[in-house]
Ligand binder design. Structure first.
Ligand SMILES: Cc1ncc(COP(=O)(O)O)c(C=O)c1O
Length: 411
């Protein structure tokens, strides 16, 4: 009897080959027409050999650029040792990763997971458990206050408190226990909190909503509110954290320390999905064996890359680059007003740019940018997001803004 040899499917090598296979993948995204074959630093190369400057950086997952040598070296050396144990056994990088990330964030404990959505789910579970076991909320009554226009991921519980119909519609029945208030409004937040409230969950800057920076003092006001009312302050720094805004965390701009950081994206160095819940022992310590887990969470490869990421952030170099180059970026972007830019928001190397909708959609501008060799992504009609890797040079950044200028002129 001959052995069954699995068919080897050759990789699509051309844009046409990819187009032929497109219907084999669920249509849950609407990608720009570029097919990436390789990447290095801030640059990606498509299957025809054309190069593009990456100004999206996988929504901040590539803060350190593609193929950062320190991160690749950490991954490679771990690949040769051990990549997966499951949490049934300890491995020699898990507690080091937790301690190093905890020290960087100024917290005592870390719970490693994989994707951002899992970190958010984990944060919600921990907050509820804390509410019942520590705060004394009656069983099944815990509520969490969230902000309108949030984006925290795609699980059924998370989309239950989304206000975006595309993300939410037809995925019910929805998870109860969430109250939605306008973003940036501390008084509305205060009014939504009662004895059953265990946590407030917000993004310190709303990325998907268009890089919305809340009014100055909002994060401080929410921090004070949570302290006063005995409610945990959970901050989703999955996109805003780890250097993007010019500080380690976006909360640092207001000198605010939440009770829990939810981290992801750049924590995996653009190599593996790594996320984490970071908090003190009085919060994360509520979990007991068997109450929560993940087969891949905290795996040896993830911890090796995560430790190398922590090492890069500890130098402060990436935060400083984001700060300095961010000033250059924002100064140039506001100068685009005569070309139809009606608003520019953001911090550090992160910008949301609203284009007059009568001139072009965000998608059209991103397609023009693609033709000019720049990768960027639109959101909500006429907004363009820029979030280049933090390793971008001044000259490259200028080149990207030059391309945007040209894209806005081309009508
Ligand atoms: C603020 C925020 N939270 C959570 C998530 C979800 O992360 P993931 O796609 O890794 O599940 C994202 C992803 O874009 C995000 O921007």
């Amino acid at each position: 009897m001959s052995a069954r040899i699995p068919a080897v499917v050759p990789a699509a090598r051309s844009a046409a080959g990819v187009a032929d296979l497109r219907d084999r993948c669920a249509h849950n995204y609407h990608p720009l027409p570029v097919v990436v074959a390789s990447a290095n630093g801030c640059w990606v190369t498509d299957v025809s050999g054309r190069r593009y400057l990456d100004c999206l950086a996988a929504y901040s997952a590539l803060n350190f650029g593609h193929g950062h040598p320190v991160l690749l070296a950490a991954a490679r050396s771990q690949l040769d040792r051990v990549t997966l144990t499951s949490r049934a056994f300890d491995h020699d990088g898990l507690y080091e990763f937790c301690a190093e990330l905890g020290d960087l964030a100024g917290k005592q404990m870390v719970l490693p997971m994989n994707t951002g959505a899992e970190a958010v789910e984990t944060g919600i579970k921990v907050a509820r458990k804390w509410g019942y076991r520590v705060k004394g909320v009656p069983a099944g009554r815990a509520s969490i206050v969230v902000a309108a226009d949030n984006f925290h991921g795609r699980t059924t519980t998370i989309v239950s408190f989304s206000t975006d119909p595309t993300a939410r519609d037809d995925f019910g029945p929805y998870t109860p226990g969430f109250r939605i208030v306008p973003y940036g409004d501390a008084a509305a937040m205060a009014a939504a909190i009662d004895e059953s409230t265990v946590a407030v969950l917000i993004e310190p800057i709303q990325g998907e909503a268009g890089v919305l920076v809340p009014p100055e003092g909002y994060l401080r006001a929410v921090r004070e509110l949570c302290t006063r009312r005995g409610v945990l302050f959970l901050v989703d720094e999955i996109q805003s954290g780890l250097g993007r805004t010019g500080e380690l965390f976006a909360c640092d701009h207001e000198g605010v320390v939440p009770d829990m950081y939810l981290l992801g994206k750049a924590l995996g160095g653009g190599i593996v999905p790594v996320s984490a819940v970071v908090a003190d022992a009085d919060v994360l310590g509520v979990l007991r064996p068997g109450e929560h887990g993940s087969t891949f969470g905290g795996n040896p490869l993830a911890c090796a890359v995560g430790r190398a990421v922590v090492g890069l952030l500890r130098t402060g170099e990436y935060q400083a680059r984001a700060r300095e180059l961010g000033e250059q970026l924002h100064a140039r972007l506001v100068g685009l007003a005569p070309l139809g830019v009606i608003a520019v928001r953001g911090r550090g190397l992160w910008a949301g740019i609203d284009v007059d909708p009568r001139l072009a959609t965000g998608r059209q501008i991103c397609e023009r940018l693609l033709d000019l060799g720049v990768l960027a992504k639109d959101t909500h009609g006429s907004t363009i997001r820029l979030a280049p890797p933090l390793v971008i040079s001044e000259a490259e950044l200028d080149w990207a803004v030059d391309a945007l200028t040209e894209a806005l002129r081309a009508r």
